[in-house]
Design a protein around this ligand. Structure first.
Ligand SMILES: NC(=O)c1ccc[n+]([C@@H]2O[C@H](COP(=O)([O-])OP(=O)(O)OC[C@H]3O[C@@H](n4cnc5c(N)ncnc54)[C@H](OP(=O)(O)O)[C@@H]3O)[C@@H](O)[C@H]2O)c1
Length: 255
């Protein structure tokens, strides 16, 4: 029996990770701020799959609360075999004249939490000679499209670097780069994305199935869906100057 810790497990992609992992028989540690939603999910998954589910409430923008999650990852008596760094949100405002405190909270959750939790998990996993980390990034990280994109760019590059450093240790790292996914993400950020239909909108269930298979096979970068693999293929070959142009950067503005 192995155990996975999922951040941002109360909704969207994180909730789907928790659900699919429970269906595979994995015990879980669920992290997010909304305790009621986490507890309801824990009851549901234990009843459906007979797995042990621990609720660990934390605001990952808060250093002390983040440290509690890191301590759980380091606990040698209760090993975590898979860390999913998934929690995140976007700030829907222009940088100039925007709320810099909100920008810092976003950076804390998207970047600092991923850094601190990956450090705690990888150190513990290397000492055991096995483990997996999935960092939820975004195709937005390939664009020059605001602070959210910059943070996701960090997550992708950081994951690739860590995967390289951990080569041969038995610990694998996968960066997951979704495009648009039907979750609470846009609504929470106050971003109107219309009826969210069409080929560029993904289901969290398909995305997570692909991500878990990619992590299982040791893939470092996972871009789910043919549509987005095509987009990424094109974007990677565009001149950076073109990515900075307002028309291209607006393609994925927020997120
Ligand atoms: N949806 C998309 O189109 C899309 C595309 C590319 C990448 N992503 C990335 O996918 C990840 C998951 O997003 P989603 O689409 O599933 O969004 P979502 O449905 O809004 O869920 C976000 C999750 O993050 C948690 N969270 C937010 N702030 C937190 C904090 N300060 N501390 C702890 N947990 C926090 C939320 O839980 P609580 O509110 O309970 O704390 C929630 O469980 C994010 O990293 C996002 O950037 C999403």
């Amino acid at each position: 029996m192995s155990t996975a810790l999922v951040t941002g497990a109360s909704a969207g992609i994180g909730r789907e990770f928790a659900t699919q992992l429970a269906a595979k028989g994995e015990d879980l540690v669920l992290v997010a701020r909304d305790v009621a939603r986490l507890e309801a999910l824990a009851v549901e998954l234990t009843a459906a799959h007979g797995v042990a589910v621990e609720v660990l409430p934390a605001d990952l923008a808060d250093r002390e609360q983040l440290e509690r999650v890191a301590e759980r990852l380091r606990d040698p008596s209760r090993a975590i075999d898979l860390l999913v760094n998934n929690a995140g949100f976007s700030v829907n405002s222009r940088f100039v004249d925007g709320d810099v405190a909100a920008e810092e909270r976003m950076l804390d959750v998207l970047v600092r939490a991923v850094l601190v939790l990956s450090h705690a998990a990888s150190t513990a996993m290397v000492s055991r000679g096995r483990g997996r980390i999935i960092n939820v990034s975004s195709v937005a990280g390939l664009l020059a499209s605001g602070t959210y994109a910059a943070a996701k760019s960090y997550v992708t590059t950081f994951s690739e670097s860590l995967a390289g450093q951990l080569s041969g240790t038995g610990v694998a790292v996968t960066a997951l780069l979704p495009g648009y996914v039907r979750t609470e993400f846009h609504e929470r950020a106050g971003i109107d994305k219309g009826d969210r239909s069409g080929p560029f909108w993904l289901e969290a269930s398909d995305l997570v199935r692909t991500a878990l298979a990619a992590a299982e096979s040791g893939k470092v970068i996972c871009v789910p869906s043919l549509q987005y693999r095509a987009v990424v293929g094109v974007v990677r070959h565009l001149p950076r100057a073109m990515l900075r142009s307002s028309r291209v950067s607006a393609l994925h503005r927020k997120p």
